[in-house]
Design a protein around this ligand. Structure first.
Ligand code: APR
Length: 252
């Protein structure tokens, strides 16, 4: 298995080194080895928590209950996560000119913490909260989560994490930027996404339609694998990116 992984990582590295505008598209799987569980799969968050806590109507009606679970999952637990070699390699690739942007579905900010500069957060971020009434934004570090729900100091409105809930639209700027990068991409590097959530999952298909070469890293086959993937590196993010890094930066 490792041989096939090496062969495909070497092929992917040569495609990426010759690319003009490679773009990465990441999902929860890239952060699993940083200790953040995925949403789906046997260890998935949705097998332990009810996704309704992230439904806008439920949150608006039960902000305290919702915030209790949100705090447990996304702040008490995620807050201590560190970037792994996959996030770090993507940042190195950007520095060396092999990558132009990361479009991520993740809200954990691990790409930025790894040093990536052009990161498009398609589903928003857990690093900020927004007032449901006056729309003022607060860095998560500037508010207390001791009393829930946290409220806006300006108008007393309930604060909501600045990531999208089920039923919410994609942040406008992130959507526009993602479409632009998808249309420019000649290589799309997909990592750690089931491809089950729209409209995010339509981006790799759009890239393919525009003629992009699709490289996918995932231990499991996905809707992308069957439909559009040109090189499927069947492995975990860290082992795959460690090999990719060796071949890209000639340490291999
Ligand atoms: N390395 C790489 N990929 C992995 C690893 C790993 N170590 N472990 C698991 N995966 C893969 C799984 O095989 C699966 O394809 O990561 C994917 C995780 O799938 P999801 O949890 O569905 O993650 P994602 O596709 O990002 O979910 C999309 O759903 O709930 C919403 O807003 C949430 O952004 C999220 C969206």
């Amino acid at each position: 298995m490792l041989d096939l992984l090496r062969v495909n990582a070497e092929k992917a590295a040569s495609v990426l080194s010759e690319s003009e505008h490679a773009v990465a598209f990441t999902g929860a799987g890239i952060s699993v080895e940083s200790g953040i569980p995925p949403f789906r799969g046997e260890e998935g968050l949705w097998s332990r928590y009810d996704p309704k806590i992230l439904e806008l109507n439920y949150f608006s009606a039960h902000p305290e209950d919702s915030w209790k679970v949100i705090k447990e999952i996304f702040y008490d637990f995620f807050g201590k996560a560190k970037p792994n070699i996959a996030h770090i390699t993507l940042a190195e690739m950007e520095k060396s000119g092999f990558l132009k942007a990361v479009i991520t579905q993740n809200i954990d900010s691990l790409h930025q913490k790894a040093g990536s500069r052009k990161v498009i957060e398609f589903h928003g971020t857990s690093e900020k909260t927004v007032c449901m009434r006056c729309k003022r934004k607060y860095d998560i570090g500037s508010i207390s989560l001791d009393n829930l729900p946290p409220v806006c100091i300006a108008c007393g409105g309930v604060l909501k994490p600045d990531f999208i809930f089920f039923g919410e639209g994609i942040p406008h700027d992130a959507f526009e930027e993602s479409i632009k990068e998808t249309e420019l991409a000649d290589v799309f590097l997909l990592t750690g996404s089931t491809g089950l959530v729209q409209p995010a999952a339509s981006l790799p298909f759009k890239a393919k339609q525009n003629g992009a070469f699709i490289i996918e890293i995932n231990p499991e086959r996905t809707v992308f694998t069957e439909g559009i993937t040109d090189i499927f590196i069947q492995g975990k993010a860290s082992e795959s990116f460690s090999l990719l890094s060796d071949f890209l930066f000639d340490e291999g």
